[in-house]
Design a protein around this ligand. Sequence first.
Ligand SMILES: Cc1cc2nc3c(=O)[nH]c(=O)nc-3n(C[C@H](O)[C@H](O)[C@H](O)COP(=O)(O)OP(=O)(O)OC[C@H]3O[C@@H](n4cnc5c(N)ncnc54)[C@H](O)[C@@H]3O)c2cc1C
Length: 351
Amino acid sequence: MKVDTLIVGFGIAGLNYAEQLRSHNKSFVVLAPDKESASHLAGGIVNPVVLKRFNPVWKAEEFLDYAFPFYSNLEEQVKTRVIHPLPIYRILNDIQEQNDWSVAASGTSLEKYLNKEFISEDKFTEVRAPFSFAEVIQSARVDVKILLTHYIKKVIPHQFIPEKLDHEALIQGEFIEYKDIKANQIVFCEGYQGFKNPYFNYLPLIGSKGEILIIKCDKLTQDVIFKGPIFLSPMGDKTFWVGATFNRKDKTTWVSEEAKAWLISKLKQFLNLPFEILDHKAQIRATVIDRRPLLGRHPKHHNLYLLNGLGTRGVLMSPLLSKWLFQYIENNEKIPRQADIKRFEKHYFRN
Ligand SMILES: Cc1cc2nc3c(=O)[nH]c(=O)nc-3n(C[C@H](O)[C@H](O)[C@H](O)COP(=O)(O)OP(=O)(O)OC[C@H]3O[C@@H](n4cnc5c(N)ncnc54)[C@H](O)[C@@H]3O)c2cc1C
């Protein structure tokens, strides 16, 4: 089978890159094991604001302006609703945070994302917020798991190969050859497992484990994402996503009783209602030492490319990142310096 591109990995990065290729009429196949990834587990929260410090996310406006229409278009492809615009209600902790919020909401970089008016806790008595809620607008939740499942079924049923790539069996030359596949290039979208990729293992992909709970709570509103010490985000059918922990030391996907207890205690700090725990899961985020994505071409091999390092904001960033990579490969357009893997080239030549 001869194709233009072989995509390795099918989380949100692989999907968004596949969509770039599909929409530009390029031939491709995707190779990825049929198992859960960080993308399946993610809260899918699209949020342009760093809610700890009330700063905009890096290039927030560009990412957001590209992501919303991109996901709406994907909804048409998969014929299923996947993007749910929802406000985020940040629970303010004290007067200092109220002041900081007011300053941020009046600044040019955030005024379109932050509501200046505080919202009284009387609006939702089921959630404790004695210093009020502060509202993020232009936020959303993307149902990534549904998107991934339906995209395979409805858009690329004959281009998806449910198996893991064995890097040792890859032949890299003028073309890429793998079993019966011959491709002009390969784009690796392997998430945290990319640290095992022998071509790109010089990059500082560090990884951060996250555990989450899925709960059922009959009387809680489905119209808001709450952000206290952790997120509480509606998933429909009276179920909610609760997360997440951050752990840089443990790189397994086993769940721990300690993390579960921590999540429950944080949730109980602000939720006044009883809830039932339906599920508890863990995955590893592909985080990078300088907190920027990893995009670009291998320093030596002209047809090996990478789309990785999406960290904690993959759902917001990956649509535009996939466009940047596509335009780089096809039209030699520059990747923004902060995201280009060239910034780590000396690590490669040092090894
Ligand atoms: C608990 C948790 C909560 C999160 N919440 C959010 C959130 O609310 N909003 C947000 O934007 N982000 C969130 N994130 C981060 C988000 O999950 C990531 O940024 C994003 O999903 C990374 O996508 P990816 O496609 O790069 O990697 P992954 O989703 O990890 O996918 C990698 C893919 O590559 C495959 N693969 C790996 N090795 C091989 C191989 N050798 N051969 C073939 N396939 C291979 C894997 O099987 C998988 O299919 C969260 C992450 C976690 C863990």
